[in-house]
Design a protein around this ligand. Structure first.
Ligand code: PLP
Length: 384
């Protein structure tokens, strides 16, 4: 959101900026889902709903979890919130006591550590570098667990690295969790539909059903159905946790938007062609941006297995001098140089706990990818 504000401010000042910071699909919500929203408005779905969501939406979510993830839930094990972000925040608010530890592997979605800290918890950041494919290993998890560990947050496919955990990797992680009954698993699967090549999204509970009594599955309609502004996300988990979330929501936000909930029922239960079309589009853009980035001296990236970001290693540019005489000391300097010199907006890896990288979103057109990368190339050639 901060990067978006920076781009908006520069554009307002008259600069032309190619924006690779976008964290949402760049195409509109599919027409049949919009029509369901309009219909909901016209047929009077304009009042409060139950605080955990309408029975119709919670039923559609249980059907989705069974159909796509082979997970069985009752509707009273589902809570609908104003986006997945709301569910994650409330889960921490409902469960963390002062000093409780939450294990967060790098690179991480920026909001997790702050959400933990604001709720009195202690983020325990575990560094996962390129050598491990930016994935948490069983050994790293084992050594991060203490008697105070309350949660492990696992995000697959990952924002910002695009890493997707395989069955074997999840198996190893779940085996560690099974040995530590005080640790709960929060699995953020918001990018599940955007996987490429041979990669496959697997929900950890498919691998270790025994963890179900201490797992919160987090998902939503924002990314898969291009519905970020509708604000509907959900959590599936044990009843006691759901009750705590329901109480928090009832006393804070009351319920998610009734209109958005009705549209989300159609998203989850209607034709799924739009999701596949989105994935195919992102897959082509992914190939284009990976080729472009790896052709620029000093920049490199792995092809991401999932989500819609490339995580670009910029260490080859560190120490170089700009035409203005400044030295690029870190990824934030590189990000600012690209913004000022190339008119290209990216996000520094440090914000995701992984310095020396930049995150670039490919939720933008092939034309923008090509022109943006050309501008980056020109800016790199001006470095000494
Ligand atoms: N989780 C991850 C990893 C994300 O990248 C995002 C959004 O950028 C979210 C959760 C939140 O999604 P929403 O609140 O729109 O459902």
């Amino acid at each position: 959101m901060a990067a978006k504000a920076r781009v908006d401010a520069l554009r307002a000042a008259g600069r032309s900026i190619i924006d690779f910071t976008i964290g949402e699909p760049d195409f509109p919500t599919p027409a049949h889902i919009v029509a369901a929203g309009v219909d909901a408005l016209q047929s009077g779905h304009t009042r409060y709903t139950g605080s955990t969501g309408t029975p119709a939406l919670r039923k559609a979510i249980t059907a989705k979890l069974e159909r796509e993830n082979h997970l069985r839930y009752d509707i009273d094990e589902i809570v609908v919130g104003n986006g997945a972000k709301h569910i994650i925040y409330n889960a921490f608010a409902a469960t963390l006591n002062e000093g409780d530890e939450v294990i967060i592997p790098t690179p991480y979605w920026v909001s997790y550590p702050d959400m933990v800290a604001i709720n009195g918890g202690k983020p325990v950041i575990v560094n996962c570098d390129a050598a491990s494919g930016f994935k948490l290993t069983a050994a790293a998890l084992e050594s991060a667990i203490t008697a105070h560990t309350r949660w492990l947050v696992l995000n697959t496919p990952n924002n910002p690295s695009g890493a997707v955990y395989t069955a074997d990797e999840l198996n190893a992680i779940c085996a560690v969790l099974l040995r530590h009954p005080q640790v709960w698993l929060m699995t953020d699967e918001i990018y599940e539909h955007f996987v490429y090549g041979n990669a496959q999204h697997i929900s950890p509970l498919q691998i270790a059903p025994a963890l179900k009594t201490r797992t919160l599955v987090v998902n939503g309609v924002s990314k898969a159905y291009a519905m970020t502004g509708w604000r509907i996300g959900y959590g599936a988990g044990p009843q006691a946790l759901m009750k705590a979330l329901a109480l928090l929501m009832s006393q804070s936000t009351t319920c998610p938007s009734a209109v958005s909930q009705a549209a989300a029922v159609t998203a989850l239960s209607g034709p799924q062609q739009c999701v596949l079309q989105g994935r195919d589009l992102f897959s082509k853009r992914r190939d284009a941006i990976v080729t472009q980035i790896n052709s620029i001296p000093g920049l490199s990236c792995l092809p991401p297995d999932g989500a819609f970001y490339v995580f670009v290693n910029v260490s080859g540019l560190l120490g170089k001098r700009t035409p203005q005489g400044a030295t690029l000391g870190n990824d934030v300097d590189v990000m600012m140089y690209f913004l000022e010199q190339a008119g290209v907006a990216t996000i520094d890896g440090a914000s995701y706990g992984q310095p020396s990288y930049l995150r670039m979103s490919f939720a933008t057109s092939i034309e923008q990818i090509e022109s943006g990368c050309q501008q980056l190339r020109d800016a790199v050639f001006q470095l000494a």
